[in-house]
Write a protein that binds this ligand. Structure first.
Ligand code: APR
Length: 250
C-alpha cells in the first residue's frame, strides 16, 4: 500500500491529529455495522430499539437487545485497526480519538484519550435517580432491571436517536477538530449528525481531511483524500509508513 506523500508529510509535520471512528473500525472484530450489508439496521428497527419512547413502551425488548449486543462485544477482541490508533496516540503529542462506537474496543486496545459521542454499552443508569450501575450480571437478565435505590428503570448509557450527545465529549471533539492539522474519518458512513459535522469543522479550519473506508462516503466529496480499504489493514500500514525513515534522512 503506497500512501500519498502529502498524507505522510502532513502526518509527520502535524502537531495535532484528530481521528473520528465509526462502526467500520470494529467490523473486522466481528461487531456488525449499522448500515452495511449485514448491518444492524437491516435486521432491526431503530425506531423500536434505539429511542427513549420505544424503551418506555417495551423496556424488556430494548434491554434484551442491548444485552445481546453486550454479550457479542464481550466475545470479540480489538483488531489491528484499534491497536494502530492506540499506537498513534503514543507517537503524537496532541492526538484525540473521537468515537461513535459504544463497544469499548478502543479502550480495550489501550487508547486513553477517547471521547465517546454515543455513550458506552458497558455502562447503565437509572432513568429516575441517574445512579450508574456497571454490573455484568445484568446481561443475564431477560427483563429490564430496576434501580436498587429508587426502583426506576435501568437503561444502557448509549445515545438514542433524538437524544443529545454528552456535552463535554462533544465540546472536546469540536475543539480537537478545529485545532487539528490532520483529521482521519475511519469506518464511518458520515451520515449521522452532529458527529458527521466534525470533519467539516476540520476542513473549515484548514485541516487535511482523509477518509479511510472500503467505500467512498458522503465526506469523500469534500475530503482531500479517500484511502479505500479496511481499517484493520490500512491503519497498521499507515503507522508503519510513519515509522519508516523518510528517504534521504539518516
Ligand atoms: N474498515 C473500515 N470501514 C469499514 C469496514 C472496515 N473493515 N467495514 C465497513 N466499513 C465502513 C462502511 O463502508 C460504512 O461506511 O464503515 C461504515 C459504517 O457505517 P455505519 O454502519 O453507518 O456506522 P456509523 O457511521 O458508525 O453509524 C453512525 O449511527 O446508528 C447510529 O449510533 C449509531 O454510532 C452509530 C451512528
Amino acid at each position: 500500500m503506497k500512501f500519498s506523500d502529502t498524507l505522510i508529510a502532513r502526518l509527520r509535520q502535524a502537531s495535532s491529529v484528530c481521528v473520528l471512528t465509526g462502526a467500520g473500525i470494529s467490523a473486522e472484530s466481528g461487531v456488525p455495522t449499522f448500515r452495511g450489508e449485514d448491518g444492524l439496521w437491516k435486521k432491526f428497527k431503530p425506531e423500536e430499539l434505539a429511542n427513549f419512547d420505544a424503551f418506555i413502551r417495551n423496556p424488556d425488548l430494548v434491554w434484551e437487545w442491548y444485552a445481546y449486543r453486550r454479550r457479542l462485544i464481550h466475545e470479540v477482541k480489538p483488531n489491528p485497526g484499534h491497536y494502530a490508533l492506540a499506537e498513534l496516540e503514543q507517537r503524537l503529542r496532541d492526538f484525540t480519538l473521537v468515537t461513535q462506537n459504544v463497544d469499548n474496543l478502543h479502550r480495550r486496545a489501550g487508547s486513553r484519550r477517547i471521547f465517546e459521542l454515543h455513550g458506552n454499552i458497558e455502562r447503565s443508569y437509572c432513568i429516575e435517580c441517574r445512579t450508574f450501575v456497571s454490573d455484568l450480571k445484568l446481561d443475564e437478565l431477560k427483563t429490564a432491571p430496576r434501580c436498587e435505590k429508587c426502583g426506576g428503570l435501568i437503561r444502557p448509557d448509549v445515545v438514542w436517536f433524538g437524544e443529545l450527545l454528552p456535552a463535554d465529549a462533544f465540546a472536546e471533539a469540536e475543539s480537537a477538530s478545529t485545532r487539528c492539522d490532520v483529521f482521519l474519518s475511519v469506518g464511518t458512513s458520515a451520515v449521522v449528525y452532529p458527529a458527521a459535522s466534525l470533519a467539516y469543522m476540520a476542513l473549515e479550519h484548514g485541516a487535511y481531511v482523509v477518509v479511510i473506508n472500503p467505500e467512498r462516503t458522503d465526506l469523500s466529496f469534500h475530503a482531500q483524500e479517500t484511502v479505500l480499504g479496511k481499517a484493520g489493514e490500512i491503519l497498521p500500514m499507515l503507522v508503519h509508513a510513519l515509522q519508516k525513515q523518510p528517504e534521504g534522512e539518516l
